[in-house]
Design a protein around this ligand. Structure first.
Ligand code: NAP
Length: 286
């Protein structure tokens, strides 16, 4: 079998088109553009690129973007004061604090300061909890994007065995909960799991979110599986996923490439969450 490639750029483009329509409808109904505030503390080059891409994504979709660049030595109080201001700003529907924050700042406290309804990253404990309870909420972007890619294959997820390798709060755990929501039977593996290869081989849907170049090899793939590779690993100037693409593509039915798979989905899901937050606040008359 040679797997079909799941083209993340094409799926992201289709969703971007839908978002443009939603953004225009929101503007017509509310009399203002939806807005995303992005906060960057310090000048980490990778974070600067991510922020630039998010702002460009907003522009393409017709969403206002407001970037706040703060010095690397910004205090916890000053950052929280800015978040409070953005929480109260009626033109701001979503707030994204670019991670990682400089070490002197308490990341958890900062993320919890963002109003739940504006938490478009889905990292607030209340949104994470709502996801666990199976309630409608703002869910984390990369996990939601991974689910959209699985849906794009047209394969019915209900009853499928899904294996997630990785249990981080930003990818592994939320993606597992979203797969459960789609009625998959979900197994989560992590660094202490024994017999990972054996468990991975039971997966009709395999999600790799490990952060280790080509960790998943061909012998770990069930023939016909859908393979979603979340990993981004830089090695000698090239990007690699957590899956050995060549080996896995010989067995899988569908597979995401790196780059061009999950990566392009994260920003569109962020924009989608911003519009969802805007629509909900309009509905609530805020
Ligand atoms: P993370 O916080 O470092 O978590 C990695 C997870 O992998 C942990 O749960 C860890 O287990 C598990 N793990 C590590 N080594 C393992 C091993 N040998 N066997 C089994 N499990 C192992 O990373 P993350 O933030 O979730 O990110 C994962 C990858 O996705 C990274 O490459 C990251 O760059 C990428 N990523 C991509 C996007 C995107 O937009 N495409 C977004 C976010 C992240 P323990 O919990 O036991 O330590």
């Amino acid at each position: 079998m040679q797997a079909k490639i799941i083209d993340g750029k094409a799926v992201a483009e289709r969703i971007r088109g839908e978002l443009k329509v939603r953004a225009a409808e929101f503007e017509k109904k509310s009399g203002r553009k939806s807005g995303l505030a992005v906060v960057l503390v310090g000048a980490d080059p990778a974070s600067q690129v991510y922020v630039r891409n998010k702002i460009a994504g907003c522009e393409q979709a017709g969403i206002n973007s407001l970037a706040h660049y703060l010095d690397a030595d910004t205090t916890q109080d000053a950052l929280e004061a800015l978040i409070d201001k953005l929480n109260a700003d009626k033109n701001v529907d979503g707030i994204l604090v670019q991670l990682p924050l400089p070490k002197h700042l308490d990341e958890r406290r900062v993320l919890s300061r963002v109003a739940v309804g504006k938490d478009v990253d889905g990292f607030h404990a209340e949104n994470a909890g709502a996801l666990m309870l199976g309630e409608d909420c703002l869910a984390a972007c990369t996990p939601s994007g991974s689910i959209e890619l699985i849906k794009s294959t047209g394969v019915d997820m209900a009853g499928k065995n899904a294996v997630v390798i990785g249990r981080s709060n930003i990818v592994g755990k939320p993606v597992a909960l979203l797969l459960l929501r789609e009625n998959c039977t979900v197994t989560i593996c992590h660094s202490k799991t024994q017999n990972i290869a054996q468990i991975a081989k039971t997966a009709d849907i395999l999600v790799a979110a490990i952060g280790k170049k080509e960790f998943v090899t061909g012998d770990m793939i069930k023939p016909g599986a859908i393979v979603i590779d979340v990993g981004i690993n830089r090695h000698e100037g090239k990007l690699y996923g957590d899956v050995n693409f060549e080996e896995a593509a010989k067995l899988a039915s569908h597979i995401t490439p790196v780059p061009g798979g999950v990566g392009p989905m994260t920003i569109v899901m962020l924009l989608s969450n911003t519009l969802k937050a805007a629509e909900l606040s309009l509905k609530a008359g805020r």
